[in-house]
Design a protein around this ligand. Structure first.
Ligand SMILES: Cc1cc2nc3c(=O)[nH]c(=O)nc-3n(C[C@H](O)[C@H](O)[C@H](O)COP(=O)(O)OP(=O)(O)OC[C@H]3O[C@@H](n4cnc5c(N)ncnc54)[C@H](O)[C@@H]3O)c2cc1C
Length: 402
């Protein structure tokens, strides 16, 4: 009998495992994949993500493994752009990093193991059920059925919803964002700024160039099918990627480049605003709770933060002996206090304002107005206080009165 059984050893599950094990709890971390394993991603780590990694005592190792980013170039559908440095914010690093997930996720998992968590793979979990004063976690290990018992379980299975559907936590698969990426080497035109591009991509959506070094980058494109625009959206993320890398600016940057590895696509769950985060003897963290920014697609920071929050919540629960459903609901309330207004704000901007006319005007206006520039940066970096920066009314007023 473990105190906590965690399903999924991505950033969310491994962060939770680290914080729980560090406080002396008996933690079992399971994943269907052997590590190191790749995860299709843009590999961008926001200052918020770096802040949690720092708290976990592993920021200096991660810095060594990645490309340091000092700002963002935001490119409008028409091709004009605005450049913004990563802002200096209280307590957060004033830079971002691009770190391949093959390296990052294994490092976080190793941190959890060093803190005392047990890791087992490849275990594909097929069911999690409350039973008496705990949970039973059932799965398959090399063709054999296996079961593990814990007082409580954390589900951190990312965008894969099979387990949540089987557990009845989700009634149906939510609508997801779709994105694809590839690594390129020998590129030109890279700097220490990431590029977030709205030219040559379906909207709402965006293309990215995230430099790993002076000559290599993670390049990708993602989109969300919503409203009228859904009719013209591509069928697959691969189509969006292919169109993006054919735009004149990307063709220039990739003229002498070599693709390192395949183009990989994967969905993103962005439905936190309506998603369950708690079940009977179960907490959900990271993307399993729909915690990916609906505008930017960044989810590593939310996975790390929610993993830490779930651990803090359970540490209190174990100390007081109260792991009741009522007590677990406080975790959901904590997540809502922290993220709900940001997700509602981002959903609204994505569905109502992410069209070529407005984006062209916003980028032009942001080049003139510091407050808009800050708003765009805060949105791109997924900062929690983005909705408080400037009201949507002000944004509309500014872009329609030149
Ligand atoms: C193309 C693309 C680009 C992205 N770019 C960025 C970016 O630049 N920056 C950013 O912050 N975010 C980005 N994201 C989002 C980010 O990748 C995810 O939000 C993040 O990985 C979520 O972390 P997690 O720990 O919740 O889940 P994951 O990292 O997905 O980990 C889930 C783990 O659970 C395991 N698992 C799943 N089901 C089972 C099961 N039944 N049994 C056992 N194990 C299981 C999986 O093997 C996996 O290891 C991107 C996503 C995509 C698809």
């Amino acid at each position: 009998m473990f105190d906590v059984v965690i399903v999924g050893a991505g950033p969310g599950g491994s962060a939770a495992a680290h914080y729980l094990a560090r406080r002396g709890l008996d933690v079992l971390l399971l994943d269907k994949a052997d590590f190191p394993r790749d995860k299709t991603c843009g590999d961008g780590l926001s200052p918020r993500a770096l802040s949690v990694l720092d708290d976990m005592g592993m920021l200096s190792d991660v810095v060594r493994a990645g490309g340091r980013i000092n700002g963002v170039d935001i490119v409008a559908p028409k091709g004009h752009s605005v450049s913004v440095p990563v802002p200096v914010q209280d307590g957060l690093p004033d830079y971002s990093l691009i770190v391949p997930r093959l390296i990052l996720d294994n490092a976080i998992r190793e941190r959890a193991v060093a803190s005392g968590a047990q890791f087992q793979s490849p275990v594909r979990v097929t069911g999690v059920e409350a039973e008496g004063n705990g949970v039973v976690v059932r799965g398959e290990f090399r063709g054999r059925s296996v079961s593990f018992w814990g007082r409580i379980a954390i589900i951190a299975t990312g965008a894969s919803v099979k387990l949540l559907l089987r557990m009845g936590l989700l009634k149906q698969a939510p609508r997801m964002m779709l994105a694809a990426r590839a690594y390129f080497e020998d590129m030109t035109g890279l700097s220490d700024y990431i590029q977030v591009r709205f030219d040559g991509v379906p909207l709402p959506g965006y293309g990215w160039v995230f430099p790993l070094s002076g000559s290599s980058a993670n390049v990708g494109a993602g989109f969300f099918r919503t409203g009228l625009a859904a009719r013209w959206a591509p069928d697959t993320p691969r189509e969006a990627f292919d169109a993006f890398v054919q735009t004149p600016s990307l063709r220039g940057m990739l003229a002498r480049a070599r693709r390192a590895g395949p183009v990989k696509g994967y969905p993103l769950r962005v439905d936190f605003a309506t998603a369950p985060t708690v079940g009977e003897r179960v907490l959900l963290v990271g993307e399993a709770a729909g915690l990916v920014n609906p505008l930017t697609g960044e989810g590593i920071d939310y996975a790390l933060e929610s993993g830490r929050m779930a651990a803090e919540h359970l540490i209190t629960g174990f100390a007081s002996g109260d792991l009741s459903r009522q007590s677990l609901e406080a975790y959901d309330r904590g997540l809502r206090r922290r993220y709900q207004s940001l997700f509602v704000f981002c959903n609204r901007i994505r569905d109502m304002y992410m069209n070529p006319v407005l984006l062209n005007r916003v980028v032009s206006a942001a080049a003139r107005r510091t407050d808009l520039k800050m708003l765009l940066t805060n949105i791109v970096l997924g900062n929690r206080d983005a909705p408080q920066g400037v009201s949507l009314r002000t944004v509309l007023k500014v872009i329609f009165t030149r």
